[in-house]
Design a binder for this molecule. Structure first.
Ligand code: NAP
Length: 271
């Protein structure tokens, strides 16, 4: 008997939490399947997709650094993610078994804040890399108001704002968030293990502002600690990680993951 499986590919890949997440759901749902981490170098990407396309047990893969853009050179993009977000994080088989690329990061980012009415709201985002692209795409879809985009390289940030049709300002990291900010998102690598902390002045934020850090290693970033110390509501990076994985899981295995078990999953990821 054969076993259906999916994978996460990247280089490096050993740090990935995706196998823990997907295996947890496979076990809870009693699905006889597997999910692995596979290190794939940049020059091995074409060969990887050619080999897996020929393996009927392979249901697809998540794609992480540094392959999120390059994967689109090897897999059809029927939903046009190259044009919209500019990167793919998931490759799956469509109903006819053909490979298709998509991006679940944007919807995964929105999932923990789906109840917020962000229409017209002022938002501050930090970062202009791959993750920020998914965040800005998602925010453009919910019709946010002015976006203050802070980045080490403000020129890059200005290009992203224009590219996503967002109105706002591209500023250096030292700038202060606007006093009407409803949501502040860190989508940069700052605060991640091995990176400097993100030192933002949170004093201008209103009392009902929400601070969302998509960094999940460590989970309690200096930014989230500072926001909590100020009494602000926070959203951590595991929420987005689990949200984007849930959408990919359904594409791989055809079943919705048991999100009522999220607390147990978070405990597992933090153990
Ligand atoms: P990326 O494409 O490499 O972008 C990195 C961003 O961080 C850029 O804006 C870069 O600024 C900035 N940056 C990096 N080092 C910096 C430094 N020393 N000083 C100032 N700015 C610095 O990375 P990414 O893929 O967007 O990932 C960003 C973070 O999001 C990572 O921590 C990643 O783990 C996390 N993430 C989380 C999820 C989730 O599901 N929770 C999903 C995806 C990513 P420049 O533009 O000036 O280079």
């Amino acid at each position: 008997m054969t076993t259906p499986y999916a994978e996460v590919i990247g280089d490096p890949i050993a740090h990935s939490k995706s196998p823990l997440i997907h295996r947890f759901w496979l076990e809870r749902l009693g699905i006889a399947g597997d999910y692995r981490a596979e290190r794939v170098a940049a020059d091995g990407l074409a060969g990887y997709f050619a080999a897996r396309a020929a393996d009927p047990d392979w249901r697809g893969c998540n794609v992480t650094v540094p392959h999120k853009v390059a994967a689109l050179d090897h897999v059809p993009d029927p939903g046009g993610v190259r044009e919209s977000i500019g990167a793919a994080n998931t490759v799956f088989r469509d109903g006819s078994g053909r490979l298709a690329a998509t991006n679940t990061d944007a919807a995964g980012f929105l999932s923990p804040i789906a109840d917020l009415d962000l229409g017209g709201a002022a938002v501050t985002v930090v970062g202009a890399g791959g993750a920020a692209r998914a965040v800005l795409f998602a925010l453009s879809k919910v019709g946010v108001g002015r976006v203050t985009l802070l980045n080490r390289t403000p020129l890059k940030a200005a290009a992203l704002l224009a590219g996503f049709g967002l109105k706002g300002d591209a500023l250096p990291l030292e700038a202060r968030p606007r006093p009407d900010t409803a949501l502040l998102v860190n989508a940069s690598a700052l605060g991640m293990a091995g990176q400097p902390p993100l030192s933002l002045d949170l004093a201008p934020l209103p009392e009902d502002a929400i601070v969302y850090d998509i960094v999940y290693a460590p989970l309690e970033t200096p930014l989230l600690a500072a926001a909590r110390a100020r009494g602000l509501d926070t959203v951590d990076g595991l929420e987005m990680l689990i949200g984007q994985a849930a959408l990919a899981f359904e594409l791989f295995f055809g079943a919705a993951p048991p999100r009522e078990d999220d607390d147990a999953l978070r405990d597992l990821l933090l153990a």
